[in-house]
Design a protein around this ligand. Structure first.
Ligand SMILES: Nc1nc2c(ncn2[C@@H]2O[C@H](COP(=O)(O)OP(=O)(O)OP(=O)(O)O)[C@@H](O)[C@H]2O)c(=O)[nH]1
Ligand SMILES: [K+]
Ligand SMILES: [Mg+2]
Length: 438
């Protein structure tokens, strides 16, 4: 199947640029066997590594290991060849020049091999995204998560929901055929009703699990507290550099100061904020607004406070870790308001704080989930909204047409999620972040 794919054969260097032991150039498309014939004087057996001397119009290029895959048994689903050449600029250049001179060939665009694989049904959109995540993964946890997604983690879950909804739709259609009534309440088979409700609940539960998304995009941890609590000092300690200005003057920090850290394999964006109090200064008030807004959306707020431990009332419902600061200056304090106690200056309690933050974030991670991107979240939210409207039609015996339409739109959103129906725009967006040659 070549739908939506142009008939040109694409080529690219698939390995990183520059000098290396080997470099891989790959091709995909109908002209692959012609290219092999021209460059090696023959067409090697599929899936057998063959040593060949490559020669172009300008003479010998290199000795290479050649791999050939026959459509549809290849990554892209098309004819594919890989040339494992010696990794030098001149060698890569000579091979690319030879390929460019052949008819029907053009350089691949970013992500085009994977895009062809998608269009040929070799993988779905969530698996294509997982390839990009796998390449981008920086920690072992991220790598394993991307592998899970590439193995079809989200796709399998979505497939189960699709099947249930398709079956429910079929039951509804069937019962309509046997009924003169056109009110949902009269015709809706209980099994269909139960399916819609259970898929809606399952999607809602999935939307509630943010661990996978956080592991990919990072957790947000905000340091908040009264002025002069030592917030900026703590940020600097954690990031190992003077990222924020520290002075004895309350109200020093006004903007948000963000640093990206890795805490025990967890990607974390740590944010220092303006001290929260009843400020009269207008600039400080703007800073405090930013601090509160950022804290409200955070995965965790470290509430740093040397004395009272009274938390800002706007932050009542965010996940909070209370930490008493500067304990070197008032060490014998007894009412510790149930908080961790630290001193950055004296180096007390910092390992415990680090461990407590990792522990809190890991709890979220353990709840896991299969949603790794905002695109998935939006699609699932849309599906859930339609299913909930379908349930309302059921409860209020609304017109059957509305019910059917909501089920159809819910299915469409799930189809979009796995790329079964999709637009060029969405594909362009997904593949724009890929490297050339992938
Ligand atoms: N004794 C002691 N002093 C500290 C400690 N941490 C910070 N300080 C001092 O407390 C003062 C305020 O520290 P900052 O880090 O600027 O506090 P902040 O909470 O960021 O202050 P604002 O940004 O003004 O709200 C500075 O003089 C720091 O050197 C600590 O653990 N012990
Ligand atoms: K300060
Ligand atoms: Mg500060």
């Amino acid at each position: 199947m070549q739908t939506g794919v142009d008939a040109q054969t694409i080529y690219a260097v698939a390995t990183a640029a520059g000098r290396a032991a080997i470099s891989v150039v790959r091709l995909s498309g109908p002209a692959v066997d012609d290219v092999l014939l021209q460059l090696t004087g023959g067409v090697p057996q599929p899936r057998v590594a063959s040593i060949r001397t490559l020669a172009g119009p300008d003479g010998v290029i290199d000795q290479a290991l050649v791999l050939r895959f026959e459509a549809p048994h290849s990554f892209t689903g098309e004819n594919v060849a890989e040339f494992h050449i010696h990794g030098g600029r001149a060698i890569q250049g000579a091979l690319i020049r030879a390929l460019a001179s052949m008819p029907g060939l053009r350089p691949a665009e970013a992500g085009e091999f994977t895009r062809r694989a998608l269009l040929n049904g070799k993988l779905d959109l969530t698996q294509a995204e997982a390839i990009a995540d796998l390449i981008d993964s920086e920690t072992d946890r991220q790598r394993l998560q991307a592998l899970g997604q590439f193995g079809g983690g989200l796709a399998r879950v979505v497939a189960g929901w699709r099947d249930a909804l398709i079956e429910a739709s079929a039951l509804i259609e069937a019962s309509l055929d046997f009924s003169d009534e056109h009110d949902v309440g009269d015709v809706m088979p209980p099994a269909a009703r139960a399916s819609v409700a259970s898929v809606a609940r399952a999607i809602a539960a999935e939307l509630d699990r943010r661990g996978a998304e956080r592991l990919r995009d990072g957790f947000t941890v905000v340091i908040a507290g009264p002025p002069n609590a030592g917030k900026s000092t703590l940020l600097n300690w954690w990031s190992g550099r003077e990222a924020a200005i520290v002075t004895p003057i309350p109200g020093t920090t006004r903007d948000l100061i963000e640093v990206d850290l890795e805490l025990d394999g967890l990607p974390v964006r740590l944010i220092d904020t303006a001290g929260l109090h009843a400020a009269r200064d207008f600039v400080e008030q703007v800073g405090m607004r930013r601090a509160r807004d950022r804290a409200k959306g955070a995965d965790l707020v470290i509430w740093l406070d040397p004395d009272s431990g009274v938390i800002d009332e706007e932050l009542a419902s965010v996940p909070i870790l209370r930490v008493r600061s500067k304990i070197d200056s008032e060490p014998e304090r007894s009412d510790d308001f149930g908080a961790l106690a630290i001193s950055v200056v004296a180096g007390i309690g910092l390992d415990a704080l680090h461990a407590a933050v990792v522990h809190r974030l890991s709890e979220e991670l353990e709840r896991g989930g299969v949603v790794t991107r905002a695109r998935h979240r939006v699609a699932l939210q849309t599906a859930k909204d339609h299913l909930e409207r379908a349930e309302q039609s059921l409860d209020h015996a609304g017109p059957i047409e509305f019910l059917a339409e909501d089920l159809r739109l819910a299915l469409r959103s799930l189809d979009g999620l796995i790329g079964r129906v999709t637009s060029e725009d969405i594909l362009d967006k997904v593949f724009s972040n890929f490297c050339i040659g992938k």
